[in-house]
Each structure stands twice: as structure tokens, then as C-alpha cells.
Design a protein around this ligand. Structure first.
Ligand code: NIG
Length: 385
């Protein structure tokens, strides 16, 4: 089946062959077949494609963008922590310790309950234009429960990340190094067949820089992609260590230093900013302008989790990034699509060129600027792919 979508008011391709890296076309058309983009061009040139198409659709001048790539989520959890959020809004600081609360609720849930929760969150995301979701484990923290989360998450997405090193579970308090041994050894062995990447929360109250290095190295030995939660609550040498170890992305980066920026530029690692967390933890927003101007590749993701960022909306993150972090609407959209695909190492996602995956979102808006200009409004009209 070949579909030709015509009369697109604005088509964001993220393909630099159309000018700059955003590759924005006006009065455009897009063709796809069996889930793959087969043609991109102007609507007038699309006339010659009509006879090839099984169906021809009319976008009536609306904007069309690549589906969002949400490259950092923790949606494999049960329970919620709204009271913790309310306490924070009254002045209590965010700390890593709340993860254990969700850990207990998640361990208590059945497989089917977890399936329903994860599936429900993915549906909520899709209705808001997200077509690719990375899911981390990290609310199990025993071999049995981390494997369970990885296995169930894998039923929903190809992008499952092992985050056994999310926090030290209560059973291991005072024995963090023993827990790191478990994560790098038996636990990693057990989850290996379900995951494509490994991650670690490197922060006071979670894992030290040296412990995090061991975890990343264990992942590299397995051929996994590596990511790190770093500079979320303060600065340390975590970003430099991670860059030296060859991470695909540094996530959070609220307290990234100039030395870190330099290291990031040299390495090409992605800096994934998570504005929903800074919103929900009342932290300062990182200055994305500073990173982009320095040449860092910036991605945006929701970080959907019950503690620091309970949102499934990439558009909400785009709106914050534009209003509070110095990004232009085009930069924010690029980061929420192509930036995420680079972080995940999936070049066929996040853009429209011949051969890209046909993950297509039609907005009820004339251009992508509306994503930030109309905050809190779900502008998604149709999702394909
Ligand atoms: O990315 N920083 C670590 N993990 C999550 C928070 C998880 C939680 O508080 O439950 C984050 O913010």
C-alpha cells in the first residue's frame, strides 16, 4: 500500500539537503509505502506520483513533522508520588531516595498490571505524537524484578535500557559496592537478552563517579549502548568520565560546567535535556542556547517517571525548552525528533528522507511553531507509523 499525503502547508524533514538542518518545506507532499518513506518533495511535483499511490490524502495546509522520539523514559513502574510533588512545591528538595518508594510499588504489581500501565502510557504518548519510546528498567532492583521489567518493556519497544543502577535498594544500604558487583555481573547477565543499552544514575545518594564508570564499562564489554544520568542535582566529574568512556548520551545536564561542554563537543556525545524534571523539581533550567552555540548535539525527552517528571508530553518539553532554555521552536523540534534518534543510535528515525521510517505526525496547526506557541494543547491530529 502506498500513501501520498498532499497539500502539506509545512513539512519539517530534518533533512539538511533541503537547506539547513531543519529542512523545512512549504507546500509539500510526502509518500510512504510499507512503513518506509519513498518520496519527499513539493506538492506541484507530487502530481507525477498520484498514479503510483494506493491512496491520496489531503493535509489541507496543515503542518507535518516526524514522530517524536522520546529517548529517555522510566515508564515501567507502578504507583504514584503526588504527595512528594506537593511537598516539593512547598519547599522540600528532590532526592534520589524516592525511587525506593516506586520500587516497592512496582515489585508488588503483577505482570499484567505492569503491562497495562506501560501500554497505557505508550498510548497516551502516541496520542500526543510520540512514535518511538525508550524505556528504562530501574524500579525492580533485584535480578527477578529487573528481568521482569526488561522483558515486559520489550513487548512494547525495541529500545529497552537496563538501569539496575538507579539507586541502591534498601537490602543493600551500606553495601553499595556489593550492589554494583551484582549489577555488573549476575543482573546484567540476566537482562542481557532484553536490553540494547545500559544506564546509571551518577549523583549523590545514588552512585559515585567510580561506581558509575564500572557500570558503563560492564555495558561496553557486552556491546551495549551506554547512557548516564549526570549533572542532574549538582556538578561533578561525572560528565567528563562518561564522555571518556564513550557514552552515547549524557542525560539531565542541568549543572553542566564549561569543562563538560568542551568535553561533550570533542566527543560528539548527545546531551539529552529533560525539562519536565527541572519543572517538577523546581530546579533552574539549563541554558540550551549555551550548549547549542558551543556545538553540542542536544536532544529533548520527557523523562516520564513518577518522581521527577510525570509527563508523557514531548510538546510540553518543547514549550519549556523554547520559553525557558533559549531554544528556537525549530531547534526544540529537531532535538525532540532527530536528537532523540541520534541518542538511540537509530538513523532511520526522526527525519523524512527516502528510506526513513514513516513515523509521521500531522498537526492541527499551520506550522511547528504552534507546539510552543500553544502550550498545554494537544495539536496532534493524525499519527502514522
Ligand atoms: O531521571 N534521576 C533518576 N531517575 C529519575 C527519577 C526517578 C524517580 O525519582 O523515581 C530521573 O529524574
Amino acid at each position: 500500500m502506498t500513501t501520498l499525503l498532499r497539500n502539506i502547508g509545512e513539512l519539517v524533514t530534518n533533512d539538511p539537503r533541503w537547506g539547513d538542518r531543519f529542512g523545512i518545506l512549504h507546500d509539500a507532499a510526502l509518500e510512504w509505502s510499507e512503513g518506509v518513506v519513498t518520496w519527499v518533495g513539493s506538492d506541484s511535483d507530487a502530481q507525477s506520483r498520484v498514479s503510483n499511490a494506493t491512496e491520496v490524502l489531503d493535509a489541507e495546509g496543515r503542518a507535518v513533522i516526524p514522530g517524536f522520539v522520546d529517548s529517555h523514559t522510566h515508564i515501567a513502574f507502578a504507583g504514584e508520588r503526588s504527595l512528594e510533588f506537593a511537598a516539593r512545591m512547598a519547599g522540600t528538595a528532590y532526592s534520589a531516595g524516592g525511587i525506593n518508594t516506586t520500587d516497592a510499588a512496582t515489585r508488588a504489581a503483577t505482570d499484567d498490571e505492569l503491562r497495562e500501565l506501560i501500554g497505557g502510557r505508550i498510548s497516551e504518548m502516541r496520542a500526543q505524537g510520540t512514535t518511538t519510546v525508550e524505556v528504562k528498567t530501574g524500579y525492580g532492583l533485584t535480578i527477578e524484578h529487573e528481568v521482569r521489567l526488561a522483558r515486559i518493556a520489550r513487548e512494547f519497544t525495541d529500545h529497552v535500557t537496563f538501569l539496575g543502577a538507579h539507586v541502591v535498594p534498601e537490602e543493600y544500604v551500606g553495601r553499595t559496592d556489593d550492589y554494583v558487583d551484582l549489577v555488573c555481573g549476575e543482573m546484567l547477565d540476566a537482562v542481557d537478552s532484553f536490553v540494547t543499552a545500559i544506564d546509571v544514575f551518577c549523583e549523590d545518594g545514588a552512585f559515585s563517579v567510580d561506581q558509575s564508570r564500572r557500570i558503563l564499562e560492564a555495558g561496553v564489554k557486552r556491546g551495549l549502548r551506554t547512557h548516564i544520568h549526570a549533572a542532574q542535582l549538582g556538578s561533578s566529574t561525572s560528565v567528563q568520565m562518561a564522555v571518556e568512556s564513550g557514552v552515547a548520551s549524557i542525560d539531565h545536564g542541568t549543572f553542566v560546567t564549561d569543562v563538560d561542554v568542551h568535553a561533550l563537543c570533542k566527543s560528539g556525545a548527545v546531551l539529552t535535556l529533560l525539562p519536565g524534571s527541572d519543572f517538577s523539581t523546581r530546579q533552574p533550567y539549563p541554558d540550551a542556547r549555551r550548549f547549542i552555540d558551543a556545538g553540542v548535539t542536544v536532544a529533548l525527552a520527557t523523562n516520564c517517571n513518577p518522581g521527577s517528571s510525570y509527563t508523557t508530553s514531548m510538546a510540553f518539553c518543547i514549550a519549556i525548552a523554547v520559553r525557558e532554555m533559549g531554544m528556537t521552536p525549530s531547534e526544540a523540534l529537531w532535538s525532540a525528533t532527530k536528537g532523540g534518534s541520534i541518542s538511540l543510535g537509530s538513523p532511520l528515525l526522526g527525519n523524512f528522507e527516502v528510506g526513513s521510517l514513516a513515523h509521521i505526525v500531522e498537526l492541527d496547526a499551520p506550522n511547528h511553531i504552534h507546539l510552543a506557541y500553544r502550550p498545554g494543547v494537544n495539536l496532534v491530529r493524525t499519527v502514522w507509523g
